[in-house]
Design a protein around this ligand. Structure first.
Ligand SMILES: [Zn+2]
Length: 113
């Protein structure tokens, strides 16, 4: 007899699923800071897709239950926006400015001599 995965649908409450009805998505180590491992399933009662974060205990539970695992890689276009408005262009411009020996004089209104 196959293991039964117990999950909770936010609409229907506790539901039972076969292991192959659940998908476990694990973040690659380099993306750990960007999100959480998660699992998802289609609720057998309401047919809604349910996604939930999976902590270590849940990951272990699902794995031992034979749930398929997929590696989750972050999509570059979905990366969180950088808080600073500084762009690569700004940095390049600043870098160019520093290479110029007169950059300090250019910033100063008064003549030091
Ligand atoms: Zn449901």
């Amino acid at each position: 007899m196959a293991a039964t995965i117990k999950a909770t649908c936010p609409h229907c409450g506790d539901v039972s699923l076969a292991p192959d009805e659940v998908l476990l998505e694990l973040l690659v180590p380099s993306a750990r800071h960007q999100g959480h491992d998660r699992y998802w399933f289609t609720c057998p009662d309401c047919s809604r897709e349910v996604r939930k974060p999976a902590d270590e205990r849940i990951v272990q539970l699902l794995r031992s239950g034979g749930v398929p695992v997929r590696e989750l890689r972050p999509h570059p276009e979905r990366m969180p926006a950088v808080a600073s408005p500084l762009t690569r262009d700004h940095l390049l411009a600043f870098h160019e400015q520093l290479r110029d020996d007169d950059w300090l004089a250019g910033l100063c209104d008064t003549d030091p001599h």
